[in-house]
Design a protein around this ligand. Structure first.
Ligand code: NAD
Ligand code: UD1
Length: 368
């Protein structure tokens, strides 16, 4: 704890959603502590966070699978809660490398929970995904819908949810918030932090952004014969800053009243691929060429959330529109054409304690 601010551990806090949640937690009066091995993030994000929050960023570099070290981190910072973002998230890669996904995603959660049990820190928020619902029978999807995961990635998320449910049953002292995200997109309005995919983006919004900036020739629209209004896939896109606010609401609710929950975080509205492209054209003032391509294996026609439970339990509701999401994605891309590898003219001062604390590494870490 720093100056009596409650410390919250953010595993995977240097990643896309974790970094935006870091900012939201600081603004809400918490002291976030990042734990990350930088297997899918860049250390330059720490400088950006320092610039945004105007305070030193606490970052512990290492692997969440290293349980004794996680115990040390929780104790050193006197964490009262943890948000578990750390994990691998590429659906296609999970089909190719299932063991890597089960080990990191399920093993990572087990390791964190064991460390939390040891230190008697028993409030945890978990990053789950709407992908646990599989192909829903209807929309909107509420939390009582059956889970039917299809990919190994989706299975890891449901396994984690089940582990957390067992833990809650075993000991009511555990306070568990499971958040099922729909499609997070966008970036911080400052343009300082955003999504930084390596290689060819798998997801629609970063792909469209790269077409707008001229890095890629055109968008392949996967399928135009779905039973949707314009034939293209419909999703519930959610601004990442709204999602970050949802994490603050979730942690605050757990710490205040201690009741566990599983909730959807989305806007409750569906947007088609063609509508996303049109919104991005409005935001960027550029034309986005596209062509229709065959359906992508594993895709569903449409899904969007019933978000009433998030409203009634957390008092949370998404505020941003699709135009806001496109504007902020575009701003981030323009300011950072090479993501965090972009060299800025005046890099902010860096005073980040980064202890070389873990000798366990699931993947090689990037250089500092
Ligand atoms: P991300 O890859 O940007 O962030 C994950 C972070 O975890 C990275 O910084 C990575 O370096 C770190 N990490 C991975 N394994 C680790 C380990 N073993 N030890 C320490 N650090 C480790 O991903 P994101 O988009 O920010 O997603 C965060 C979480 O939300 C993930 O669990 C993901 O499955 C889930 N989620 C994401 C989406 C999405 O669309 N982005 C949707 C639903 C759920
Ligand atoms: C995908 C994952 C999901 C994950 C989510 C994270 C799959 C099957 N699902 O969801 O588990 O939680 O990302 O955001 O991978 N599209 C195109 N062209 C593209 C890219 C996408 O037309 O180049 C279409 C897709 O067919 C889909 C929509 O855009 O209709 C959104 O795709 P995407 O951003 O990849 O998200 P999801 O498929 O919803």
């Amino acid at each position: 704890m720093t100056l009596n601010k409650p410390s919250v551990l953010l595993t995977g806090g240097a990643g896309y959603i974790g970094s935006h949640t870091f900012v939201a937690l600081v603004e809400a009066g918490y002291q976030p502590v990042i734990l990350d091995d930088f297997s899918n993030s860049h250390p330059a994000v720490l400088q950006r966070l320092e610039q945004l929050t105007e305070q030193p960023v606490i970052c512990e570099r290492g692997n969440v699978l290293d349980t004794p070290w996680v115990v040390e981190v929780l104790q050193r910072h006197r964490c009262v809660a943890a948000i578990h973002f750390a994990g691998f998230k590429a659906v296609g890669e999970s089909v190719q490398k299932p063991l890597m996904y089960y080990q990191n995603n399920v093993g990572g959660l087990l390791s964190l929970l064991q460390a939390m049990e040891t230190t008697e820190c028993r409030s945890v928020v978990f990053s789950s995904s709407a992908t646990v619902y599989g192909d829903p029978a209807s929309v909107p999807i509420d939390e009582q819908f059956p889970c039917a995961p299809e990919s190994p990635y989706a299975h890891t998320k449901l396994m984690c949810e089940n582990i957390l449910a067992s833990l809650r049953t075993s000991d009511p002292a555990w306070r568990v918030g499971v958040l099922r995200y729909f499609n997070p997109v966008g970036a911080h309005p400052s343009g300082l932090i955003g999504e930084d995919p390596s290689g060819i983006p798998n997801n629609l919004m970063p792909y469209v952004t790269q077409v707008a900036v001229g890095k890629r020739a055109m968008v392949n629209v996967f399928g135009n014969d779905y039973p949707t209004p314009d034939g293209t896939g419909v999703r519930d896109y959610l601004h990442v800053t709204d999602l970050a606010a949802g994490h603050v609401a979730a942690v605050s609710a757990l710490l205040a009243h201690g009741k566990s929950f599983t909730i959807n975080l989305g806007t409750g509205e569906g947007t088609s691929v063609l509508e996303v492209i049109q919104a991005f054209e409005r935001a960027s003032g550029r034309s986005i060429p596209y062509e229709f391509a065959p359906r992508r294996a594993g895709d569903v026609a449409q899904y969007f959330a019933d978000v009433s439970l998030a409203g009634s339990l957390l008092g949370w509701r998404a505020q941003c529109t699709m135009d806001d999401m496109c504007r902020d994605s575009w701003h981030w891309q323009q300011r950072n054409p090479e993501g965090y590898r972009t060299v800025t003219s005046s890099p902010p001062a860096l005073q980040v304690p980064v202890p070389a604390s873990s000798n366990v590494s699931a993947r090689p870490a990037v250089g500092m």
